[in-house]
Design a protein around this ligand. Sequence first.
Ligand code: NDP
Ligand code: 2IT
Length: 446
Amino acid sequence: MGYIEDVLQHVYERDAAQPEFHQAVTEVFESLRPLLDRQPRYQQHRILERMVEPDRIMIFRVGWMDDRGRVHYNRGYRVQFNNALGPYKGGLRFHPTVYLGLMKFLGFEQVFKNALTTLPLGGAKGGSDFDPKGKSDTEIMHFCQSFMTELCRYIGPDTDVPAGDIGVGVREIGYLFGQYKRLANEFNGTLTGKKPGWGGSLLRPEATGYGLIYFAEEMLATRGDSLQGKICTVSGAGSVAQHAAERIIRSGGKVVTMSDSGGMIHDPDGIDAEKLAWIMEHKNVERGRLSDYVERFRRATYHEGQRPWSVPCHCAFPCATQNELTGGDAAVLLKNGVQLVAEGANMPCTPEAVEAFLQAGILYAPGKAANAGGVAVSGLEMSQNAMHGSWTREEVEARLRSIMAEIHNNIRSTAEEYGKPGHYVLGANIAAFVKVADAMIDQGVV
Ligand code: NDP
Ligand code: 2IT
């Protein structure tokens, strides 16, 4: 067996029962063949073995009391994966499916994503199997305070800087920051995604979705095309999906679907700015279900338990969760003439789906490139906090645009250099790997 197979086998055996982690590692390592053939030093330094082993993993109990005085406990995690390039950086996810394998897949992806941003950021992920659905505001606050009481031992502005992810938005970041500040007795940039009124960066909530669409526009431009007039399917109805939809509409595309964990809405007339504003209010403030959309906008239909991929489109943007677009879905999308798939979520396409898109030669962008705008603006928030100042919305937007363009150029030129022009998976994985691996070699055996 070769070096890559040996390390993968080791991971499959040693970290059995972590299928998402296996999937993420396999995707990255399979891309590295042409690089490792040219550069034996990565094997000499045993970089692959060292990269799959997180620097540190914290697992802790989070006890809390609900509004009726009943006692609950959840499991909390922080996986500090790799800090070769900068302080650990990555989101927190509150969702009942959270377990160690999910945290490790997300942390591993984050290392590579953050390397692509051009900013000095290491990679981490954390969260809890706590389910925020149906909880009152005080219950959310008590949970966040208890979670932070333990997490605060491990984080800091130059150590590890958490942010949001599924189930963790500006409300949760507020409660987490309030408790952090109290325990650390410092007001600093330890969390990103804060409200702009108290240290957050303008445009951070929009950054992942906007960045995704800027990236997609860069991809389309390589074929002399744009989003103007394109039919687009979006999955999810959370932070990433909402802002992706907003940006598609502004670029002249037509968004015909969105979804949540209950099902999918299909609006053949297009979800315009006004309808999207209703969705944002309904999901973010009222915390309601997307199914209510069809009561309000009668030409739309709701499809319980379904995802958007059977709806014909030119461009598809999976923005909900991992493995939400299967090989079967990819076949249907391709049959219907899809031209571009860009991942807003982390690893939403299964390996079979990715393979189908690559074989078909459509424009396909992996999440670690296409959704890097969120963590990039988190990096900009860290800079603003460190200099005790803030940039205007225009300034942050210009920086985000130029970072997304730079990621795109870097990936395309890397793919070309390794004989696979237009292969965004190979380009992203090799470009990110080289940056992290070279830093690890420079910093010695640790
Ligand atoms: P949110 O919690 O704001 O929204 C998540 C959306 O996805 C909701 O509509 C939710 O449905 C739906 N969803 C979540 N889990 C499932 C599931 N298991 N099955 C079906 N639908 C599901 O999260 P974000 O928008 O922040 O994150 C979405 C994706 O983007 C994740 O993969 C995340 O890791 C990734 N990402 C997020 C970034 C960020 O800055 N926030 C940055 C880069 C990537 P419901 O409303 O019913 O809960
Ligand atoms: O997956 C991701 O990149 C995020 N959830 C954002 C992380 C961050 O630190 O802003």
